[in-house]
Design a protein around this ligand. Structure first.
Ligand SMILES: NC(=O)c1ccc[n+]([C@@H]2O[C@H](COP(=O)([O-])OP(=O)(O)OC[C@H]3O[C@@H](n4cnc5c(N)ncnc54)[C@H](O)[C@@H]3O)[C@@H](O)[C@H]2O)c1
Length: 263
């Protein structure tokens, strides 16, 4: 992928950047010229992702972050701004892995964990990032939601509900901070070829065979396709876009997962 340097001079803090989608976003942002604070609850994964960027000639630091802890969010923003001198972009990627189940089978702890990481985490990170982005003259916040935030999903109420709420949080933050020149958008991926989604199917082959037909494009997506969308939302290419959700789902929602017309 050729870089156009669309993020030259920017500084981005990316949560969950030790993971697959977050790591791909971090690498693409760095290729586009941004300096990256790679933050994750798994410090070693964050360090590996940061090293991949610096080995390729980019700028990155690794930060330990638990988005469910307010003090950790505050410290991550402090570490990033101290190191790079400013902050212009926050990308909230971190999400908890929670078991599938119904209100009868899941525990309150399962529900609370999804809320704490998937929804309260982006709120708290925004709370500490906004003053820095404002004082840098403005910038962007991107919340990674999901196509499952827009439809009912059996057995996945905590995940689906927190992603729906994250899309709404995005619109509210956009309203609150337009005056600060901070654009806030969410990005909703469809199923992407990652360990997170493979966990449900076992192998990539089975996952693609099972899910491909549910997509208009007859396949699942790649982390690079999500990273490209995130670069667009962080760059001036999307300068007239705020409070919106960018759906990158291979046509899953348009196709209603292949549902046959009943009427
Ligand atoms: N993979 C998909 O098919 C898919 C589809 C739609 C949306 N998404 C969303 O994309 C994002 C990334 O997904 P992924 O597939 O790369 O998952 P992943 O599990 O590889 O990455 C998530 C990262 O978040 C980190 N994390 C978890 N809890 C944390 C916490 N409390 N504080 C800080 N970091 C924490 C994990 O350590 C991990 O590195 C998630 O928000 C997910 O909901 C993924």
């Amino acid at each position: 992928m050729g870089a156009s340097h669309s993020l030259m001079g920017r500084v981005a803090l990316i949560t969950g950047a030790g993971g697959e989608i977050g790591g791909a976003i971090a690498r693409r942002f760095a290729q586009e010229g941004a300096a990256i604070a790679v933050a994750d609850v798994r410090l070693e994964a964050a360090q590996a992702a940061a090293r991949a960027i610096t080995d390729a000639g980019g700028q990155a630091i690794a930060i330990h972050l638990d988005v469910a802890e307010e003090s950790s969010c505050a410290e991550a923003v402090r570490a990033a701004t101290t190191h790079f001198g400013k902050l212009t972009s926050l990308v909230n990627v971190a999400a908890a892995v929670t078991p599938d189940g119904t209100v009868e089978t899941l525990t309150l702890a399962d529900w609370n964990k999804a809320l704490a990481v998937n929804l309260t985490g982006p709120w708290t990170m925004s709370k500490y990032a906004v003053p820095h982005i404002r004082s840098a003259g403005g910038g962007t916040i991107i919340n990674i939601a999901s196509q499952l935030g827009q439809i009912g999903v059996p057995g996945r109420a905590p995940y689906s509900t927190t992603k729906a709420a994250l899309i709404q949080l995005t619109t509210c933050l956009a309203c609150d901070h337009a005056e600060d020149n901070i654009r806030v958008n969410s990005l909703s991926p469809g199923a992407i070829d990652t360990e997170r989604s493979l966990r449900r199917f076992g192998t990539r082959e089975i996952a693609n065979r099972t899910r491909g037909p549910l997509y208009l494009l007859k396949r699942t997506g790649t982390v690079d396709e999500i990273a490209a969308g995130a670069v667009f939302l962080a760059s001036d290419e999307s300068s007239f876009m705020t409070g919106a959700d960018l759906l990158i789902d291979g046509g899953y929602l348009a196709f209603k997962g292949g549902a046959k017309t009943q009427a």
